[in-house]
Design a protein around this ligand. Sequence first.
Ligand code: XMP
Length: 528
Amino acid sequence: MAHQKILILDFGSQVTQLIARRVREAHVYCEIHPNDVSDDFIRAFAPQGIILSGSHASTYEDHQLRAPQAVWDLGVPVLGICYGMQTMAVQLGGEVSWSDTREFGYAEVRAHGHTELLKGVQDFSTPEGHGMLKVWMSHGDKVTALPPGFKLMASTPSCPIAGMANEDKRYYAVQFHPEVTHTVQGPEIFNRFVREICGCAGDWIMGNYIEEAVARIRDQVGDEEVILGLSGGVDSSVAAALIHRAIGDQLTCVFVDHGLLRLNEGQMVMDMFAGRLHAKVVHVDAAAQFMGHLKGVTDPEQKRKIIGREFVEVFQAEAKKLSNAKWLAQGTIYPDVVESGGTKTKKATTIKSHHNVGGLPETLGLKLLEPLRELFKDEVRELGVALGLPPDMVYRHPFPGPGLGVRILGEVKPEFADLLKRADAIFIEELRSTIEPNSGKSWYDLTSQAFTVFLPVKSVGVMGDGRTYDYVVALRAVQTSDFMTADWAELPYSLLKKVSSRIINEVRGINRVTYDVSSKPPATIEWE
Ligand code: XMP
């Protein structure tokens, strides 16, 4: 079960996780660790190759931010990216020049394809026959003198040394960012590095991973019992299916239905897990309890806290009844656990307290079982499909832990939740069934998150011969790759028209539908 591994040393770039995703897409296992891990750690990790990430820092300003000596002593291939290239240059005897102007955005780089890394890799060629790459650049400093033993691998007019290599040592470095999607040949470059230069066989495949994960869970748990909080979300669902595959009835899922789930969601979760998988599921209908505690509360943060607290309470009460349980399973995934050099210095400001229903306190006194800890979201989805979960469930848009509690603005009332669930189901149904002709994909698949928001205001309308005075909903649909920034989706008018007409006709109590055309920032994706 020992996979060949690539070590990614993080110097604090915003996009280090993308490096890991590209490596995993090449079917090679990798881990991200802070740049200042010890030499012993690196030797014990025994990587097939090492990648040095970018950074917000400058090799000029920060003399601490260097690759550990073991990187150069281990004799394995090394790929430096942006800052990673600069620190490679500085540490191996080249020069970097400081600059206070940044080069940022699209660039065309001349690839000197005589190295193993870029041989035959190009997007187009110039009339003179030079191979060119379309890339993404984001840097201030640049390498101005090659270290001894290195040759030029890529160049642009403003950055004459945009890539360098020492092929005897198998060291490669690029000033541009092959990990971002704007660099067209990025996947090919990573594939070349990890598969051919580092010689990794490509043994990281989700279909095969099931067997390995199952064996590991059995080994960890033995004959003890496990409980898992099922939320209906992708991570807890895949974790449940995987653990169930491993230990069957030793797993009990507790599904706390707070009444703020999407239409029929509770039933769907029960049909899937209790019905099709024959897993043990305790379904706790706690809607009345949650609604009771939310009565009269209008502040969004307060609502989040109450929902989080009640969830823990209900779950704990159920857990106590399962006195044989020794393990608590959670759907924690790699981005939740990855340590990064950046996080040591960066101060994150809390805009919303993103409590995750499923994040339970340690007071339960149970051992933690987190079988998805090393997987990215795309891998969790692939694993889910491989485990036989329906693609519709596995490729669902993310849904916040507090559920409709933060999509009903102000006070949450059962009658508002009922109207919202029905309106939202219509919106999602139409998104799924409307195909965008150029891509052949549905608008559901073309958006990252789409939902309906309930506004507790009434507006006047006219229906038949009568005047109505009913509630308003807002449709929200965004496109984003990281949920940190997002654009509102340019849905076709015909689709919006149909959704609006269906909601107003089919959901009595709503007489006006609006579309939210705010991007993030300055707005957020959710309204609360
Ligand atoms: P915002 O509204 O901050 O949302 O732009 C970014 C992403 O986070 C989700 N979100 C939450 N998820 N608990 C969660 O588990 C929360 O309290 C919460 N608030 C927002 C949101 O749905 C979007 O995907």
